[in-house]
Design a protein around this ligand. Structure first.
Ligand code: SAH
Length: 497
């Protein structure tokens, strides 16, 4: 940030909610943001991508407190940009589709502030899509009309209902929950067939998405019966009847599950992707970060076995070697042991083949496997985190294996805000459990409600000790097994909701 320079504003469409529906350009500018101004419809998964150092301005407070008036939002954008910052204005869906993006652009123009628009995936199309409704379909609808059902003054806007009734395309109404009854009545009065299929999709693309299917005649009543509340998209037209057939989300094993992934951000990717593939809404809330130690790395040569217990260890080792103008050849002819497949994979990525991996991926079994393979007189070198559980060293000592330890990195706790209304939290180490617990506010309801999905016994023990009442443990310490445990636990967890 530099004073005296005018910043820039990006009007970014955050998509309908699911973090995967933010555009690549949207993510790119968000990662470079120094201030982020967002409203209520922006998904939690997208908010979790806001860089730690950026100022966050929530202009969409809901539930009692009123949202910030539009003029004031514009003034905030102008003020932040004039202070020289890179400002991202995140808006639900697309910024120029009933998003008042144009008004904000006007305000920026008036102050000579440069801006860019990053279009977004609109809820008008995405919410129906996630509910199994294609907004056009061959033979059923050849046009799409997106209409607001709410006027500035409140109530329905002054629409040409006769024209809408004649269009024969798909009608999509935004902001239509409150006015649904009157809206449907006016369309029928204007001549639209009361038996026209219709649907409402609430909180589309989130784990809490719900769909109500009805006809034009029954929609408002069906919505009332189901207690549909904003935000919801109303679909009127023959395509609405396709929802049952194309309900692809319902088939996914973790659909309806809101999941927090707590491992360090740079390691979250694969687990997050697996959970999303299974249909979960994934919120990345890294609770720890790893940092290579700063002190000079001691010599690492001369051992017969080099033992690694995490992918982070390998990264820290190569980073520290590089910093000192050294490289992995110092390991010489040492054979390599890895605690599990992810560690083995990280070694492979450095061109190193693993000689030993235990059948069960934990410290205790690694010690037994090593003791079984090492010959008398051979020495092991443990390359791992500064802090760790006692299992590996105790096991080696018990077996009489001589070893030396070189700490490579430390884990530090982060303090993310825990997302509300979670179903599951995923833990791949006891340290993430501890860090997560430190973020929970007093009286956190999650202790009894949220399922703690743990990669192994040590992690599960930590979760129980932290206070989780529902702890589920993977059969083996792999992400695949962790996912399987989540799928098995889903019924239990969501039934209690
Ligand atoms: N610019 C936004 C629309 C803003 S108007 C977009 O392109 O999506 C606000 C309305 O959008 C809400 O009243 C609701 O009708 C709709 N909406 C936004 N997000 C939604 C979601 N996740 N599910 C259903 N409707 C949504």
């Amino acid at each position: 940030m530099s004073e005296g320079r005018v910043g820039r504003v990006w009007l970014v469409g955050a998509g309908p909610g699911d973090a995967g529906l933010l555009t690549l350009r949207g993510r790119e500018v968000l990662q470079g943001a120094e201030a982020v101004v967002y409203d209520r419809l922006v998904g939690d998964g997208v908010l979790a991508m806001i860089p730690a150092g950026a100022e966050r301005v929530d202009v969409g407070k809901s539930g009692g407190s009123h949202p910030v008036p539009q003029r004031e939002i514009e003034a905030i954008l102008v003020r932040l940009a004039l202070s020289g910052r890179r400002v991202v204005r995140l808006k639900g869906g697309d910024p120029f589709l009933f998003g008042r993006g144009g008004e904000e652009a006007e305000a920026l123009l008036r102050h000579g502030i440069p801006f860019e628009v990053v279009p977004g995936v609109t809820s008008a199309v995405a919410a129906p899509a996630w509910a199994g409704i294609p907004v056009t379909h061959r033979g059923l609808a050849s046009s799409l009309h997106v209409v607001t059902a709410h006027s500035r003054e409140g109530g329905l806007p002054d629409l040409d209902f006769e024209a809408l009734a004649r269009l024969k395309g798909t009608l999509i109404f935004l902001m239509g929950v409150e006015g649904a009854l009157e809206l449907c009545a006016r369309l029928m009065e204007a001549g639209m067939d009361p038996e026209t299929p219709a649907a409402a999709v609430e909180r589309g693309t989130s784990a809490r998405q719900r769909r109500v299917s009805a006809t034009l005649r029954t929609l408002a009543e069906a919505m009332r019966g189901a207690g549909i509340r904003p935000p919801a998209v109303l679909v009127v037209g023959a395509v609405a009847a396709l929802a049952e057939r194309f309900d692809w989300r319902a088939a996914l094993p973790l659909s309806g599950v809101r999941a927090a992934v707590t491992r360090p951000r740079e390691r979250a990717g694969r687990l997050s992707r697996m959970l999303r593939d299974a249909g979960a809404e994934v919120l990345e809330v890294p609770c720890i970060a790893t940092e290579p130690l700063e002190d000079p790395l001691p010599p690492i040569g001369g051992a017969d076995w080099a033992v690694f217990t995490s992918a982070a260890g390998i990264e820290a080792l190569t980073a520290r070697l590089a910093r000192e103008g050294r490289d992995v050849r110092e390991l010489g002819g040492a054979r390599l042991a890895a605690i599990g497949p992810a560690t083995a994979e990280a070694l492979r990525a450095c061109g190193l083949r693993v000689d030993l991996m235990p059948d069960v991926y934990d410290g205790e079994h690694l010690a037994v496997a090593l003791a079984g393979r090492m010959r008398t007189g051979e020495k092991a070198l443990l390359l791992r985190a500064e802090e760790h559980g006692p299992e590996l060293t105790e096991g080696l000592r018990a077996a009489g294996v001589p070893f030396r330890e070189v700490p490579l990195y430390r884990t530090c706790r982060l303090r993310p805000e825990l997302p509300e209304d979670l179903d599951m939290a995923f833990f791949t180490s006891a340290s993430t459990v501890g860090a997560f617990a430190a973020c929970a506010p007093t009286g956190w309801r999650g202790w009894s409600e949220v399922g703690a999905l743990c990669i192994g016994r040590q992690t599960a023990r930590a979760a129980r000790e932290a206070g989780f009442a529902r702890v589920f443990t993977a059969d083996s310490a792999t992400l695949e097994a962790l996912l399987a445990a989540a799928v098995a636990a889903r019924g239990q967890i969501t039934a209690a909701r």
